[in-house]
Design a protein. Structure first.
Length: 155
């Protein structure tokens, strides 16, 4: 049962990360080719961000095995710190699906979602997060403020 806390699975490229939770391990084994394809798509979006002067972050949202939304980091070019790739993807998914509840979706992103994005992910009840690189002190999973993993947050 979903306790409101998304399952977080670091993407494994080169085998340096482990997957959180036994269920995550089973799921990863089943959809690893898809995860790699989605992560490659994220990396392509990150390149677009970099070319236009933003930090190289890209994100996709997947539902029923298909990408339904993309997000490209745009905080610098839009002059709005909330335009992180993950939030941009969530905005696009909300528009497409016409609802705030994204509990049937997986978010795949090149970087560990920051604290801000992590709360947005929780708010929209995204069930699963697959991340690439850890982002240190601003990370929403590996930092001292692990919003993605916090069990006291009820959404
Ligand atoms: Zn962020």
């Amino acid at each position: 049962m979903n306790d409101g806390k998304p399952q977080v699975a670091p993407a494994v490229f080169g085998g340096t990360h482990s997957v959180v939770g036994g269920e995550g391990l089973r799921q990863r084994a089943q959809d690893q080719p898809d995860l790699e394809r989605w992560m490659r798509q994220c990396i392509g979006l990150a390149r677009v961000a970099k070319e236009r002067g933003d930090p190289p972050v890209g994100c996709v949202i997947v539902r029923d095995g298909a990408v339904v939304a993309e997000g490209i980091e745009a905080g610098r070019t839009k002059g709005d710190v909330t335009c992180h790739a993950e939030v941009e993807a969530i905005r696009a998914a909300r528009r497409l699906l016409g609802r705030a509840d994204l509990s049937d979706c997986t978010l795949v992103t090149t970087h560990e979602p920051c604290i801000l994005c992590s709360y947005v992910i929780r708010h929209h009840r995204i069930a699963r997060v697959v991340l690439g690189l850890e982002t240190g002190e601003i990370g929403g999973y590996s930092s001292a403020l692990p919003v993605l993993a916090d069990t006291t947050i009820k959404r």
